[in-house]
Design a binder for this molecule. Structure first.
Ligand code: FPP
Length: 237
Protein backbone atom coordinates (compact mmCIF):
# COMPACT_ATOMS: atom_id res chain seq x y z
CA UNK A 1 0.00 0.00 0.00
CA UNK A 2 1.51 3.31 -0.90
CA UNK A 3 1.63 6.28 1.46
CA UNK A 4 1.00 9.96 0.88
CA UNK A 5 4.06 11.77 -0.32
CA UNK A 6 5.48 14.54 1.83
CA UNK A 7 3.29 17.28 0.33
CA UNK A 8 0.08 15.34 1.10
CA UNK A 9 -0.42 14.27 -2.49
CA UNK A 10 -1.20 10.75 -3.54
CA UNK A 11 1.90 8.81 -4.55
CA UNK A 12 0.13 7.29 -7.54
CA UNK A 13 -2.67 8.97 -9.49
CA UNK A 14 -4.64 7.31 -12.27
CA UNK A 15 -6.43 9.39 -14.91
CA UNK A 16 -9.26 8.15 -17.09
CA UNK A 17 -9.08 10.55 -20.03
CA UNK A 18 -12.75 10.63 -20.88
CA UNK A 19 -14.94 13.10 -22.75
CA UNK A 20 -12.85 13.83 -25.84
CA UNK A 21 -15.58 12.75 -28.22
CA UNK A 22 -18.22 14.90 -26.50
CA UNK A 23 -15.85 17.87 -26.42
CA UNK A 24 -15.50 17.64 -30.20
CA UNK A 25 -19.19 17.03 -30.81
CA UNK A 26 -20.13 20.15 -28.83
CA UNK A 27 -18.04 22.11 -31.30
CA UNK A 28 -19.33 20.35 -34.39
CA UNK A 29 -15.96 18.68 -34.93
CA UNK A 30 -15.00 15.10 -35.68
CA UNK A 31 -14.15 13.00 -32.62
CA UNK A 32 -10.49 12.81 -33.56
CA UNK A 33 -10.12 16.53 -32.84
CA UNK A 34 -11.26 15.82 -29.30
CA UNK A 35 -8.46 13.28 -28.91
CA UNK A 36 -5.97 15.76 -30.32
CA UNK A 37 -7.07 18.29 -27.72
CA UNK A 38 -7.05 15.54 -25.08
CA UNK A 39 -3.43 14.82 -25.93
CA UNK A 40 -2.62 18.49 -25.21
CA UNK A 41 -4.30 18.20 -21.80
CA UNK A 42 -2.34 15.01 -21.18
CA UNK A 43 0.97 16.84 -21.77
CA UNK A 44 -0.04 19.72 -19.47
CA UNK A 45 -1.12 17.38 -16.69
CA UNK A 46 2.06 15.31 -16.95
CA UNK A 47 4.24 18.37 -16.50
CA UNK A 48 2.07 19.76 -13.71
CA UNK A 49 2.19 16.46 -11.80
CA UNK A 50 5.95 16.48 -12.13
CA UNK A 51 6.08 20.04 -10.84
CA UNK A 52 3.93 19.02 -7.86
CA UNK A 53 6.15 16.05 -7.06
CA UNK A 54 3.68 13.24 -7.81
CA UNK A 55 5.79 10.10 -8.22
CA UNK A 56 3.56 7.85 -10.35
CA UNK A 57 0.86 8.76 -12.87
CA UNK A 58 -1.06 6.32 -15.00
CA UNK A 59 -3.20 7.40 -17.94
CA UNK A 60 -5.87 5.19 -19.44
CA UNK A 61 -5.08 5.98 -23.04
CA UNK A 62 -6.57 3.03 -24.91
CA UNK A 63 -8.53 0.12 -23.52
CA UNK A 64 -8.79 -3.44 -24.82
CA UNK A 65 -12.37 -2.47 -25.75
CA UNK A 66 -11.44 0.69 -27.70
CA UNK A 67 -10.61 -1.32 -30.84
CA UNK A 68 -14.38 -1.43 -31.43
CA UNK A 69 -14.27 2.26 -32.45
CA UNK A 70 -14.31 3.32 -36.12
CA UNK A 71 -11.02 2.63 -37.90
CA UNK A 72 -10.23 6.27 -38.60
CA UNK A 73 -10.70 7.19 -34.94
CA UNK A 74 -8.41 4.34 -33.80
CA UNK A 75 -5.82 5.42 -36.38
CA UNK A 76 -5.99 9.02 -35.20
CA UNK A 77 -5.42 7.95 -31.57
CA UNK A 78 -2.50 5.69 -32.58
CA UNK A 79 -0.95 8.56 -34.54
CA UNK A 80 -1.08 10.73 -31.40
CA UNK A 81 0.68 8.01 -29.41
CA UNK A 82 3.31 7.58 -32.08
CA UNK A 83 3.98 11.31 -32.19
CA UNK A 84 4.27 11.42 -28.41
CA UNK A 85 6.71 8.52 -28.31
CA UNK A 86 9.00 10.33 -30.74
CA UNK A 87 8.69 13.53 -28.74
CA UNK A 88 9.47 11.87 -25.38
CA UNK A 89 12.61 10.19 -26.68
CA UNK A 90 13.98 13.63 -27.45
CA UNK A 91 13.22 14.90 -23.94
CA UNK A 92 15.46 12.70 -21.83
CA UNK A 93 16.43 15.70 -19.72
CA UNK A 94 12.97 15.52 -18.15
CA UNK A 95 14.22 12.53 -16.11
CA UNK A 96 10.84 10.78 -16.48
CA UNK A 97 10.61 7.02 -16.57
CA UNK A 98 8.03 5.80 -19.09
CA UNK A 99 6.26 2.46 -18.77
CA UNK A 100 3.55 0.89 -20.88
CA UNK A 101 0.96 -1.42 -19.42
CA UNK A 102 -1.25 -3.57 -21.61
CA UNK A 103 -0.76 -6.15 -24.30
CA UNK A 104 1.87 -4.84 -26.71
CA UNK A 105 1.46 -7.76 -29.11
CA UNK A 106 -1.49 -6.04 -30.82
CA UNK A 107 0.72 -3.28 -32.24
CA UNK A 108 2.83 -3.27 -35.35
CA UNK A 109 6.50 -4.03 -34.90
CA UNK A 110 7.69 -0.48 -35.40
CA UNK A 111 5.41 0.93 -32.73
CA UNK A 112 6.09 -1.97 -30.36
CA UNK A 113 9.83 -1.51 -30.72
CA UNK A 114 9.50 2.20 -29.98
CA UNK A 115 7.60 1.39 -26.77
CA UNK A 116 10.18 -1.17 -25.67
CA UNK A 117 13.11 1.14 -26.50
CA UNK A 118 11.55 4.00 -24.55
CA UNK A 119 10.97 1.79 -21.52
CA UNK A 120 14.53 0.56 -21.68
CA UNK A 121 16.12 3.98 -22.24
CA UNK A 122 14.17 5.64 -19.43
CA UNK A 123 14.31 2.86 -16.84
CA UNK A 124 16.79 4.69 -14.57
CA UNK A 125 15.02 8.06 -14.66
CA UNK A 126 13.57 8.83 -11.28
CA UNK A 127 11.83 12.23 -11.17
CA UNK A 128 8.51 10.55 -11.90
CA UNK A 129 7.14 7.39 -13.51
CA UNK A 130 4.67 7.95 -16.31
CA UNK A 131 2.62 4.87 -17.10
CA UNK A 132 0.61 4.69 -20.28
CA UNK A 133 -2.14 2.10 -20.37
CA UNK A 134 -2.46 1.23 -24.03
CA UNK A 135 -4.42 -1.83 -25.14
CA UNK A 136 -4.94 -2.27 -21.42
CA UNK A 137 -7.75 -3.95 -19.56
CA UNK A 138 -7.84 -4.73 -15.85
CA UNK A 139 -9.25 -8.20 -16.45
CA UNK A 140 -6.65 -8.85 -19.11
CA UNK A 141 -3.99 -7.77 -16.59
CA UNK A 142 -5.28 -10.31 -14.06
CA UNK A 143 -5.40 -13.08 -16.68
CA UNK A 144 -1.84 -12.19 -17.75
CA UNK A 145 -0.69 -12.66 -14.13
CA UNK A 146 -2.81 -15.80 -13.61
CA UNK A 147 -1.24 -17.49 -16.63
CA UNK A 148 2.22 -16.85 -15.21
CA UNK A 149 1.15 -18.23 -11.83
CA UNK A 150 -0.14 -21.36 -13.56
CA UNK A 151 3.19 -21.81 -15.35
CA UNK A 152 5.15 -21.34 -12.10
CA UNK A 153 3.06 -23.99 -10.37
CA UNK A 154 3.19 -26.33 -13.36
CA UNK A 155 6.97 -26.10 -13.59
CA UNK A 156 7.28 -26.75 -9.85
CA UNK A 157 8.91 -23.35 -9.19
CA UNK A 158 6.26 -22.61 -6.56
CA UNK A 159 3.52 -24.56 -4.83
CA UNK A 160 -0.07 -23.31 -4.90
CA UNK A 161 0.16 -22.50 -1.16
CA UNK A 162 2.78 -19.85 -2.01
CA UNK A 163 0.35 -17.83 -4.12
CA UNK A 164 -0.39 -14.63 -2.23
CA UNK A 165 -1.21 -10.99 -3.03
CA UNK A 166 2.41 -9.95 -3.18
CA UNK A 167 3.38 -12.72 -5.61
CA UNK A 168 0.35 -11.96 -7.77
CA UNK A 169 0.97 -8.18 -7.77
CA UNK A 170 4.49 -8.78 -8.99
CA UNK A 171 3.21 -10.59 -12.05
CA UNK A 172 0.84 -7.84 -13.18
CA UNK A 173 1.75 -5.33 -15.88
CA UNK A 174 2.30 -2.82 -13.04
CA UNK A 175 5.03 -4.91 -11.40
CA UNK A 176 7.06 -2.73 -9.05
CA UNK A 177 4.59 0.16 -9.13
CA UNK A 178 2.74 1.03 -5.89
CA UNK A 179 -1.03 0.56 -5.95
CA UNK A 180 -2.95 3.51 -7.32
CA UNK A 181 -4.13 5.88 -4.55
CA UNK A 182 -6.42 8.21 -6.45
CA UNK A 183 -8.40 7.74 -9.64
CA UNK A 184 -9.60 10.87 -11.40
CA UNK A 185 -12.31 10.53 -14.02
CA UNK A 186 -13.61 13.59 -15.81
CA UNK A 187 -16.67 13.87 -18.06
CA UNK A 188 -19.38 12.84 -15.61
CA UNK A 189 -19.12 9.06 -15.96
CA UNK A 190 -19.09 7.26 -12.63
CA UNK A 191 -17.33 3.99 -13.36
CA UNK A 192 -13.94 2.32 -13.50
CA UNK A 193 -14.31 0.82 -17.00
CA UNK A 194 -11.82 -2.02 -16.47
CA UNK A 195 -9.00 0.32 -15.42
CA UNK A 196 -6.51 -1.01 -12.80
CA UNK A 197 -9.16 -3.13 -11.14
CA UNK A 198 -6.73 -5.11 -8.97
CA UNK A 199 -4.52 -2.11 -8.18
CA UNK A 200 -7.48 0.13 -7.26
CA UNK A 201 -8.69 -2.11 -4.43
CA UNK A 202 -8.18 0.71 -1.88
CA UNK A 203 -8.10 3.72 -4.20
CA UNK A 204 -10.10 6.88 -3.64
CA UNK A 205 -12.10 8.23 -6.58
CA UNK A 206 -12.74 11.71 -7.91
CA UNK A 207 -15.36 12.42 -10.53
CA UNK A 208 -16.01 15.72 -12.27
CA UNK A 209 -18.26 16.83 -15.12
CA UNK A 210 -15.38 18.68 -16.81
CA UNK A 211 -14.51 17.02 -20.12
CA UNK A 212 -10.90 15.80 -20.39
CA UNK A 213 -9.81 18.36 -23.03
CA UNK A 214 -10.98 21.13 -20.65
CA UNK A 215 -9.40 19.58 -17.54
CA UNK A 216 -6.66 21.91 -16.32
CA UNK A 217 -4.31 22.65 -13.43
CA UNK A 218 -7.14 24.22 -11.39
CA UNK A 219 -9.22 21.07 -11.74
CA UNK A 220 -6.30 18.96 -10.59
CA UNK A 221 -5.68 21.31 -7.64
CA UNK A 222 -9.32 20.90 -6.67
CA UNK A 223 -9.11 17.12 -6.89
CA UNK A 224 -5.93 17.08 -4.82
CA UNK A 225 -7.47 19.32 -2.17
CA UNK A 226 -10.29 16.89 -1.86
CA UNK A 227 -7.89 13.95 -1.54
CA UNK A 228 -6.31 15.58 1.51
CA UNK A 229 -9.69 15.40 3.26
CA UNK A 230 -10.31 11.74 2.52
CA UNK A 231 -9.79 9.43 5.47
CA UNK A 232 -8.26 6.24 4.23
CA UNK A 233 -8.56 3.30 6.57
CA UNK A 234 -7.54 0.40 4.32
CA UNK A 235 -10.06 -1.85 6.02
CA UNK A 236 -9.02 -0.78 9.53
CA UNK A 237 -10.86 1.57 11.87
C1 FPP B 1 -12.02 8.48 -24.15
O1 FPP B 1 -12.87 9.57 -24.53
C2 FPP B 1 -10.70 8.68 -24.73
C3 FPP B 1 -9.98 7.77 -25.45
C4 FPP B 1 -10.48 6.42 -25.74
C5 FPP B 1 -8.68 8.10 -26.03
C6 FPP B 1 -7.78 8.85 -25.09
C7 FPP B 1 -6.60 9.26 -25.83
C8 FPP B 1 -6.07 10.50 -25.78
C9 FPP B 1 -6.57 11.59 -24.92
C10 FPP B 1 -4.87 10.78 -26.55
C11 FPP B 1 -3.72 10.64 -25.59
C12 FPP B 1 -2.51 10.97 -26.22
C13 FPP B 1 -1.34 10.65 -25.69
C14 FPP B 1 -0.19 11.23 -26.35
C15 FPP B 1 -1.16 9.74 -24.53
P1 FPP B 1 -14.11 9.29 -25.45
O2 FPP B 1 -13.67 9.27 -26.86
O3 FPP B 1 -14.77 8.01 -25.00
O4 FPP B 1 -15.02 10.49 -25.16
P2 FPP B 1 -16.62 10.48 -25.17
O5 FPP B 1 -17.03 9.64 -23.99
O6 FPP B 1 -16.97 11.92 -24.99
O7 FPP B 1 -17.08 9.92 -26.47
Amino acid sequence: MSELNSAGFPVHIGFIMDGNGRWAKKRGLERKFGHKEGAKTFRKIVSYCKELGVKYITFYAFSTENWKRPKDEVEAIMALFDQYLDEVRKHTKENIRVMFIGDKSAFDENFRNKMIALEEDSKDFDAMTLILAINYGGRDDIIYAAKQVAELVKSGSISSSQIDESLFSNLLYTKGVPDVDYIIRPSGELRLSNFLIWQAAYAEYYFTDVLWPDFDKKDLDKALDEFKNRKRRFGGV
